[in-house]
Design a binder for this molecule. Structure first.
Ligand code: SF4
Ligand code: SF4
Ligand code: SF4
Length: 271
């Protein structure tokens, strides 16, 4: 990637600014950043919209004069808090990029264990690794201006959101659940095939990525507006799935933390 070439972009003949953007990762698998780099069909168009100032996965040059920072990953080490605060000082807009950054993501599964020392020993086997006892979303430490959901983020959605940012349009996330997209795609409902699914309560926008491929939704994008967990419980029960099956999924990415806590307290289970 070459960050030095600048061209004036126009939209309907009107010059539009090319914001300086940077991508950063905290504790993560870097899969969300990879989505951008992998998007070969539209990568050049996407890059022409923005001036990339830092993106470790894609370029060696690095500049610190960015305006929009995309931050992937959750906070699991003390030094990440410091890095995050520095980025906040520089960036006009901070985007929590992917479920780890938005909710803690799969990393927050470790928060369920009551003995962090045991978890550390099981995972790192004595390697000298500095980790905090919990994995937390970035908004626990800095103000977040925008969230892009998903594990990983959906590249088409990222492009749409970045185009909106560039054109100064308001970014609106879908309020409807994954189910709506799934039905629009004429999929067979996975419940009828014996598979649990969080599609009825999970925020849409991924175009029912998992159900399209015959996998039940695990809720990586967090709750849809007015998500009705009680109704999902009913559906799950009708299809023979226990509360623990629902909880496994609700607790997987951290987006349903409140709903999972409430359900656990109702059924008297322990996280
Ligand atoms: S949200 Fe998923 S894909 Fe993205 S960094 Fe976290 S674990 Fe990886
Ligand atoms: S498979 Fe899942 S998302 Fe699709 S209709 Fe059934 S419950 Fe909804
Ligand atoms: S179907 Fe569910 S788990 Fe799969 S990408 Fe969409 S929101 Fe995430």
């Amino acid at each position: 990637m070459n960050a030095s070439k600048q061209e004036q972009r126009t939209y309907l003949g009107i010059p539009v600014p090319r914001p300086k953007v940077a991508f950063f990762e905290l504790s993560s698998c870097e899969g969300c950043q990879l989505q951008i780099v992998n998007n070969e069909a539209t990568l050049l168009d996407f890059l022409s919209l923005v001036d990339v100032r830092a993106f470790r996965e894609a370029m060696t040059e690095k500049f610190s004069d960015y305006q929009i920072a995309f931050i992937e990953g959750s906070v699991t080490r003390a030094d990440e808090i410091e890095r995050l605060r520095k980025v906040r000082e520089q960036a006009a807009v901070i985007v929590a990029f992917g479920s780890c950054a938005c909710f803690g993501g799969v990393n927050q599964l470790k928060n369920r264990f009551s003995d962090p020392a045991w978890v550390k020993q099981e995972v790192y086997r004595g390697h000298p690794v500095e980790t905090a006892d919990t994995a937390r979303p970035i908004e626990d430490f800095v103000k977040v201006d925008l969230k892009i959901f998903g594990c990983p983020v959906k590249k088409e959605e990222v492009e749409k959101i970045v185009t909106s940012l560039v054109l100064g349009k308001t970014v609106v996330h879908p309020k409807y659940p994954v189910c709506l997209e799934c039905k629009a795609n004429n999929n067979l409902c996975l419940f009828d095939l014996g598979e649990p699914c969080l599609g009825p309560i999970t925020r849409g926008g991924c175009n029912a990525w998992c159900p399209n491929n015959r996998f039940g939704c695990w809720g990586c994008r967090g709750p849809a507006v007015d998500a009705n967990v009680a109704q999902l419980q009913k559906i799950m029960r009708q299809h023979g799935f226990s509360e623990e099956t629902i909880l496994d999924r609700l607790e997987c990415f951290g987006g349903f933390a409140e709903q999972a806590k409430e359900l656990r307290s109702k059924i008297g289970g322990k996280g």
